[in-house]
Design a protein around this ligand. Structure first.
Ligand code: SOE
Length: 380
C-alpha cells in the first residue's frame, strides 16, 4: 500500500480545476511513491464548494482556510486562489508544517515571495510553484537538447504570450473571474500573469537574467469595478514588452499582452544558438521545431518533431506513439515530478526560491517601464 498524501486545496476557479484534475490523475499514469487524496476543498462559498467537492471527489469542504491549514489530516496545502491570498496562506501553511504548492506568480511582488521563501525554508517543508509550461513534453525536450549542448553558444531568446480577452471597454475590473484586472489583488497585469510564464521558462532553459529595459501600457484607462459598481482607474499593465540580457551574454525579447486580437493564448518561444535553433508554439504544443546546422547541406532545414514517441519526455506514461496529450497533462506532470522528488528527498523545480527569481525579473520589468530606463535584476 502506498502512503497516502492528503491534499487541501484552496480555490475552486480555473486553477482549482486544473490542480484537482492533476492530483486525481497523476497516480493512474505514473508510478509514484505517494497516493494523493483529494481530502478537502476550501472556498468561501459553501454551496459552490460542496458542488465542486462532489464533482472532483473531495471528501470534505471547508470555508475557512485557517482551519484547513491547521487540520492535522492535511499533508499538503495547494493554493489556487487569487494572488493576494498566496502570502498569508503559504506562510501559515508552512508554519503549520504542511507542504505547500502555490499557483503562479508566487507573490504579487518579490517582497511577498521573499516572506514565503523564508517560511517554507524555515519550516523545511517541500514546496513548488505551478509554472506548468515547463512540463509540456516538447518544452522539456528543448531543455534536454540545450543541456546536452546541442545548440552551442546561445545568442537569442524570443518569447511572446498573446491574448485578447480584455479588449472590450465594457469588461469590468475586479471581482470573481476578473481579479486579474485589479492590481491590488493581482499585483500587476500581464507582467505577473503572462510575462512571468515566459520568464520562468526562459531562465530555466537559458539561465539567469541580468538586466531589463521595458515598457508597459494600459490601453483602457478606466473600467467599472465589479465589487463597488464604481468606474475606477485601471492600474494594471495591459501590455508589457521587455528587452533583456541573460547572464550568459545572450539577448532576449519578451512580450505579453491581452490586446492581440485573434490570439487566445499564443505562447511561443524561439532560441537561436551557434549550432542549432528551437521554436515552440503552445497552439501546436506537441511539436518542437528544430534546425540543426550540422545536417547535410542538401537536406538542411527546419524539422517539425512530433513529440509523441516513447523516448520523448513523459510520453511513455501516456498512450501509444503518435497520440497526443494536451494542456491539462502539464499539471499532471507537475504533480508526478513533485511526488517523485518528494520520495527521493529532493526538491522539485521550480520551488519557491526559484519562482522568486521570476518575481525579481518581473519587478525589474515594472520598475524599468516606470522609470523608462535599464534596470538591473536584484542579485541574491
Ligand atoms: C490568464 O488568462 C491565464 O489564465 C493565466 O493566468 C494562466 O497562467 C495562463 O496559463 C493562461 O492565461
Amino acid at each position: 500500500m502506498k502512503k497516502k498524501l492528503n491534499v487541501g486545496m484552496v480555490g475552486y476557479g480555473f486553477m482549482g480545476r486544473t490542480h484537482s484534475n492533476a492530483f486525481g490523475k497523476a497516480g493512474n499514469f505514473f508510478e509514484l511513491p505517494f497516493q494523493p487524496v483529494l481530502k478537502t476543498i476550501c472556498a468561501r462559498n459553501l454551496e459552490r464548494a460542496q458542488a465542486f467537492a462532489s464533482n472532483w471527489g473531495y471528501e470534505k469542504v471547508e470555508t475557512d482556510w485557517r482551519k484547513l491549514v491547521e487540520s492535522p489530516e492535511i499533508d499538503l496545502v495547494d493554493i489556487a486562489s487569487p494572488n493576494d491570498t498566496h502570502l498569508e496562506i503559504a506562510v501559515a501553511a508552512a508554519r503549520a508544517g504542511k507542504m505547500v504548492m502555490c499557483e503562479k506568480p508566487l507573490g504579487r511582488n518579490a517582497a511577498e515571495s521573499e516572506q514565503m521563501v523564508a517560511a517554507v525554508e524555515a519550516a523545511g517543508v517541500a514546496n513548488m510553484v505551478w509554472y506548468n509550461y515547463r512540463r509540456v513534453p516538447a518544452v522539456m525536450l528543448a531543455k534536454q537538447l540545450i543541456d546536452e549542448g546541442r545548440l552551442g553558444r546561445i545568442f537569442h531568446y524570443r518569447a511572446k504570450f498573446l491574448q485578447d480577452w480584455t479588449i472590450s471597454t465594457d469588461l469590468p475590473q475586479g471581482g470573481e473571474g476578473l481579479w486579474r484586472l485589479d492590481r491590488s489583488v493581482a499585483g500587476s497585469g500581464v507582467t505577473g500573469d503572462l510575462l512571468a510564464h515566459t520568464i520562468d521558462t526562459a531562465m530555466w532553459l537559458n539561465g539567469g537574467i541580468d538586466e531589463v529595459s521595458a515598457m508597459t501600457e494600459t490601453f483602457i484607462k478606466s473600467r467599472k469595478h465589479n465589487l463597488t459598481g464604481e468606474v475606477a482607474p485601471v492600474t494594471i499593465d495591459d501590455a508589457s514588452l521587455a528587452l533583456a540580457r541573460f547572464r550568459n551574454g545572450s539577448l532576449a525579447t519578451f512580450e505579453a499582452t491581452r490586446y492581440a486580437r485573434g490570439h487566445k493564448a499564443l505562447y511561443t518561444l524561439e532560441i537561436n544558438g551557434e549550432n542549432a535553433s528551437i521554436m515552440w508554439d503552445l497552439h501546436d504544443l506537441h511539436r518542437l521545431e528544430y534546425f540543426d546546422h550540422k545536417d547535410e547541406g542538401l537536406l538542411r532545414g527546419w524539422k517539425s518533431i512530433h513529440i509523441t514517441d516513447r523516448e520523448h519526455p513523459y510520453m511513455s506514461h501516456w498512450w501509444v506513439p503518435g497520440l497526443q496529450i494536451g494542456y491539462e497533462h502539464t499539471f499532471v506532470h507537475q504533480v508526478a515530478d513533485f511526488l517523485t522528488a518528494l520520495g527521493e528527498g529532493k526538491s522539485a523545480s521550480p520551488n519557491f526560491r526559484e519562482a522568486m527569481a521570476t518575481d525579481d525579473v518581473t519587478d525589474a520589468v515594472l520598475e524599468s517601464a516606470a522609470k523608462k530606463q535599464w534596470v538591473k535584476v536584484r542579485a541574491r
